[in-house]
Design a protein around this ligand. Structure first.
Ligand code: ZN
Length: 324
């Protein structure tokens, strides 16, 4: 059955909770794909050989999507987190805007064909931070207010705006308040498809640049009726598994009527010096307990971010079935 528009689903089926896929970048890495590149998980798509049917890398990507779908994901993302025009044009042979747009459209078309018409496709857009690796510090230099965020996002945003295979545009891992304010200042002429913003927050619930959730909610409320009608969900992603239920609860408390989304990390911790992930001693809760708390805190889309695998998504899907 073909999906109904996501904005309609959120309003007309208030009990429905969707299951998102897991951490694609890290999952591809686990499956032997080299993503050690300035364009990160978009690296495999850049080589011409990816588009040949016999490509090993292409098979790995296809298998990953299938495994997430078999686990119960009904929302999948394009693997375009670090495929902004700046990174792509600087680091690959794709240099012009038309070539870049063809490249993104090719990825979207490939993803849609794999997931079918009944599932939702998110067009993933990483933050300005992604091309300077400051997603977890929110450090945007001395004048974050002077950065031209629109210029940065526009090529990727316009391509997704115009591609009907995209159901929802996802601004992921946003760590800086100036960037958030810029995104939320854009009207329907600039973001013309449904979209969400996933915030990158510390374990204590502050945005990576120190902004409180109260300040964020005050800003959103202050926009009043000027807010873009396509802004459907706010959430948090790539955050600590153990703190994620408290963080979402805090967000729900300051924005009780806003549909939320949440996709935390697996519970493993990244060591930026060693560039490896290590297993922390213990996960505080199971996915089952965590998902139940997420739903109680207004979550409408639940999935996993870095290091979460199809196994995590299967556990999430089972709990979503039980509690929603
Ligand atoms: Zn992540």
């Amino acid at each position: 059955m073909k999906r109904i528009p996501i904005e309609k689903l959120l309003i007309e089926h208030p009990q429905k909770v969707l299951v998102l896929d897991g951490g694609q970048g890290t999952e591809l890495e686990n499956r032997g794909i080299n993503i050690n590149s300035p364009v990160w998980s978009a690296a495999p798509f850049v080589s011409d050989s990816f588009w040949e049917k016999s490509s090993r890398e292409r098979k790995v990507v296809e298998e990953m999507y299938r495994d997430f779908m078999n686990a119960g994901a009904n929302v999948l993302m394009t693997i375009t987190y670090q495929a902004n025009f700046k990174s792509i044009s600087k680091n690959t042979t794709i240099k012009t805007l038309p070539a870049y747009r063809r490249f993104l459209d090719q990825i979207v078309c490939f993803s849609r064909r794999l997931i079918g018409e009944e599932r939702y496709l998110i067009g993933s857009i990483g933050p300005w931070a992604a091309h300077v690796s400051s997603e977890y510090t929110g450090n945007y230099g001395p004048h974050p207010e002077d950065i031209d965020y629109y210029e940065f996002f526009r090529p990727q945003l316009d391509t997704f705006n115009e591609n009907e295979d995209i159901d929802l545009i996802g601004f992921e891992t946003i760590p800086n308040f100036h960037e958030l304010k810029a995104i939320l200042s854009w009207g329907e002429d600039i973001i013309s498809r449904p979209f969400y913003v996933g915030l990158s927050v510390h374990d204590n619930g502050l945005l990576r640049d120190g902004t409180t959730l109260e300040e964020i909610s005050a800003h959103i409320k202050g926009l009043g009726s000027k807010i873009n009608k396509n802004f459907l969900l706010l959430g948090v992603n790539c955050i600590s598994f153990n703190q994620s239920t408290l963080i979402l609860k805090a967000l729900h408390e300051v924005l009780p009527d806003f549909p939320l989304l949440v996709y935390p990390n697996s519970g493993e911790i990244y060591d930026p010096k060693e560039k490896t992930w290590y297993h922390p001693t213990d996960k505080l809760d199971s996915w089952d307990v965590t998902v139940r708390k997420f739903i109680d805190s207004g979550a409408r889309i639940i999935g996993g971010c870095c290091r979460t695998s199809p196994k995590d998504i299967a556990e999430i899907a089972a709990s979503v079935d039980t509690y929603s």
